[in-house]
Design a protein around this ligand. Sequence first.
Ligand code: NAD
Ligand code: MG
Length: 405
Amino acid sequence: MQKYNLGYICQPSANVKKSIAILGSTGSIGTQALEVIASHPEKFSVEVLTSNSNADLLIEQSILLQPNAVVIADEKKYHQVKTALEKFPIKVFAGDAALSQVMEMETIDMVLTAVVGFAGLKPTLAAINAGKQIALANKETLVVAGELVTALAKEKAVNIYPVDSEHSAIFQCLAGEWNNPIEKIYLTASGGPFRGKDKAFLTTVKKEQALKHPNWDMGAKITIDSASMMNKGLEMIEAKWLFHLTPDQIDVIIHPQSIIHSIVQFRDGSMKAQMGLPDMKLPIQYALGYPDRLKSTFPRFDFANYSSLTFEKPDSTTFRNLALSIVALQKGGNLPCILNAANEIAVAAFLKDQIGFLEMSDLIEECMSAIKFIEHPTLEDYIHTDHETRIKAKEWIEKKLTVIR
Ligand code: NAD
Ligand code: MG
């Protein structure tokens, strides 16, 4: 047994078929995970599918894959899903509580957390509590409550396999290095659609521009987070918990081509990087299939198409979300939870054209100074902090809109 970042790598037998529950099967990560699962029927089966409110796609996926159970979080859609699946031996549940309850099903081996935002916290904790292995895409869960989540994972001997491409890259670089201390890591960032732009330009940008990511096709929230550099800030905090790092061991480097997915530097100065074309199916498959590298037909990298791979320092003066995330990373406590909740409200407001691109950082900064700091929060403290921050953030937006009217 090897000592690993969160607990223990208990090498699973390579030939065991895993039954997978997907929290958020109708999203960008969820649908790509289903493609991975479908191309390896000898390795994986689908046990549970869930969606927030996309009943049509959940029904379509369920008819095709015949899971044991499905959950639609939006209770208003229960009747539609239940009726559509009546002919099939599929259990149908609705509501937030059901998301956590189904995680206890004995037949689940691994849970892929592909929900977006704070909503992933409770079902992820429920899955860990039930001893399920976790493939984690929902970074916000670790950002909000990394200390609680990793302590519970350790207690229950649950491994958390990263799905986020940068963290998967670090994890892949660590294979065979479990006893070698990390000196530092470099998380790579594409820089998003506004790399190199100044504040004057960013004041004018609209959601349509921010939603056009140069290298990745993702859900709306993470796409805005990538444009504002909040995604990288959240990933720094995610890395702290996944790999037991101190803030000064985590650095960010802009790499516009998104070929090198991240880098580990060891104490002898040697650096290992993991590279490949930007395609989330690869890290999803690595997390689900670990420790095996399963055969894939994903497009291969061709050196002839890339005459150079380039690197730049990030601009955390223009992209203030990065600087704010570093404050939250360093101070800890409930500050990352405040940062996350304020950001979720800010992104939603930006997507509704209620606030400007740079105002997202103003709003987050305001919440970080207004909400009471708690050094060692409990789960209840996190839930309360999240709630209070959302109220504060919505008031801030309302006040701004009132001035405009
Ligand atoms: P998405 O918006 O495309 O999908 C989100 C999924 O979660 C959907 O199935 C939706 O129905 C479900 N969901 C949303 N809110 C919910 C709620 N309140 N309760 C229950 N279910 C809910 O998002 P995505 O891009 O797939 O991202 C999912 C997570 O993975 C995020 O945390 C994101 O940061 C992370 N991630 C995504 C990518 C990517 O390429 N998309 C890459 C790295 C990490
Ligand atoms: Mg990432």
